[in-house]
Design a binder for this molecule. Structure first.
Ligand SMILES: *[C@@H]1O[C@H](CO)[C@@H](O)[C@H](O)[C@H]1NC(C)=O
Ligand SMILES: *[C@@H]1O[C@H](CO)[C@@H](O)[C@H](O)[C@H]1NC(C)=O
Ligand SMILES: *[C@@H]1O[C@H](CO)[C@@H](O)[C@H](O)[C@H]1NC(C)=O
Ligand SMILES: *[C@@H]1O[C@H](CO)[C@@H](O)[C@H](O)[C@H]1NC(C)=O
Ligand SMILES: *[C@@H]1O[C@H](CO)[C@@H](O)[C@H](O)[C@H]1NC(C)=O
Length: 351
């Protein structure tokens, strides 16, 4: 079969390639950090029996393995580990002066000499990375979030992630030219999350995290529930809004507070006096915005079984008019409020 032939060719290459070429390959240069360790390892060890293995740093001999007997040069005692099977050299307690070229030499039982070279760069450690985030409360579309970072050591790159996904600049997200500070202007609710700042060099990295919470709302407001019910039926009206922090609710009937402050308002058994206009005042204590949603309810004298076909499924013209008026009042109320807040907040912002 075809694949059989392919495997055979690959096997031949693996076995005899080492005799044909005289190089031990290292895929990429190594990096380390002061005090850390590094593993120098050729991509493939030779498939043949070996007599002598030597690792050199520049012209300095680090160690020799002669048929399993290891001799470590002075200066490397206690600093290296060697693995004969993979030919890997582990160098511990790295110093800046360990940066340079490392050479691996192997003499096979057939007296062939194979060599390979790699290089190591040791970097200063990165320390004291700090993030300084906004201390004030952040409000959607109004606030600016400025996160600055600092750190010491040999820093070659600074990167940011939000909720573990790389953060990129946009029309609201700006990085300083050295990436050390991040500006979000203005903030939006989707900016809520964990921000990580990663200081790194090829040998080491240090990450710090900061969380942002963007306050918003209430918006996306609504009351769910029937507009028409028969006398005696129970009714539940559910007021909802998108808000951070969660909004507070206060129910009113025909404009008068009724002392219900849960998002759901329930009447176990309706009577005719329950007809009228219900509304829910939704407040956000941090953004200090509030909104009102209106919901008309008509309680009807009980018709014959089935004649009303399950009530609440359709609306009377009166209820529809009520909803339309309610919606207009709500919009007018919110507009008035926004104008009011804008005018009263300006002096605060100037402080
Ligand atoms: C962000 O904060 C840093 C440090 O407090 C300050 O130097 C920088 O000017 C601020 N950037 C903006 C755009 O406010
Ligand atoms: C800044 O961040 C961007 C995106 O994360 C990255 O491509 C770039 O290399 C960084 N620049 C520096 C100086 O760290
Ligand atoms: C609006 O509220 C509904 C629930 O009341 C929610 O499912 C939806 O995601 C919200 N939409 C926005 C844009 O916040
Ligand atoms: C409504 O019914 C629930 C249980 O069905 C009860 O806990 C509650 O007290 C009742 N409310 C009123 C006002 O009767
Ligand atoms: C509430 O208002 C509606 C219409 O605006 C009115 O018909 C009803 O009598 C009022 N109910 C009470 C208890 O005030």
């Amino acid at each position: 079969m075809d694949s059989h032939g392919l495997y055979w060719t690959l096997w031949m290459l693996l076995c005899f390639g080492q005799y044909l070429g005289d190089d031990l390959q290292f895929s990429e240069p190594a990096n380390g950090a002061i005090g850390g360790y590094v593993v120098l390892i050729p991509d493939y060890p030779p498939y043949t029996s070996i007599d002598v293995i030597q690792w050199h740093f520049g012209t300095t001999l680090i160690m020799t393995d002669q048929s399993g007997e290891i001799t470590v040069s002075p200066g490397y005692g206690g600093r290296i580990t060697f693995d004969r099977r993979s030919l890997a050299l582990v160098l511990w307690d790295l110093r800046l002066s360990d940066s340079g070229k490392y050479r691996l030499t192997v003499v096979t039982s057939a007296s062939a000499q194979l060599t390979g070279e790699t290089s190591l760069q040791v970097f200063e450690r990165i320390t004291d990375v700090k993030l300084i985030g906004p201390e004030e409360i952040l409000i959607e579309d109004e606030s600016i979030a400025n996160i600055t970072s600092e750190g010491t050591g040999h820093i070659t790159s600074v990167q940011w992630m939000k909720d573990k996904i790389p953060l990129s600049s946009s029309d609201r997200i700006f990085f300083s030219s050295d990436n050390r500070s991040l500006l979000i202007s203005p903030v939006q609710r989707s900016d809520t999350g964990d921000y990580q700042c990663i200081y790194s060099n090829p040998g080491t990295s240090m990450t710090r995290k900061i969380s942002l919470v963007i306050n918003y709302g209430p918006d996306n407001i609504s009351i769910a529930g029937p507009n028409v019910v028969n006398v005696g039926d129970p009714v539940s009206l559910v007021c909802s809004a998108s808000s951070q922090p969660p909004a507070s609710f206060a129910w009113r009937f025909n404009g008068t507070e009724i002392g219900v402050t849960t998002k759901t308002f329930t009447i176990n058994q309706t009577d005719l006096t329950h007809s009228g206009e219900y509304d829910c005042v939704i407040k956000n204590s941090i953004t200090i915005y509030f909104a009102v949603v209106f919901h008309p309810l008509l309680v009807k004298e009980g018709g014959g079984e089935g004649s009303e076909g399950g009530g609440g499924g359709w609306l009377t013209t009166g209820a529809i008019a009520g909803i339309v008026i309610g919606a207009i009042v709500a919009v007018a109320g919110i507009c008035g409020l926004i104008v009011y807040l804008t005018t009263t907040k300006i002096p605060e912002l100037n402080l």
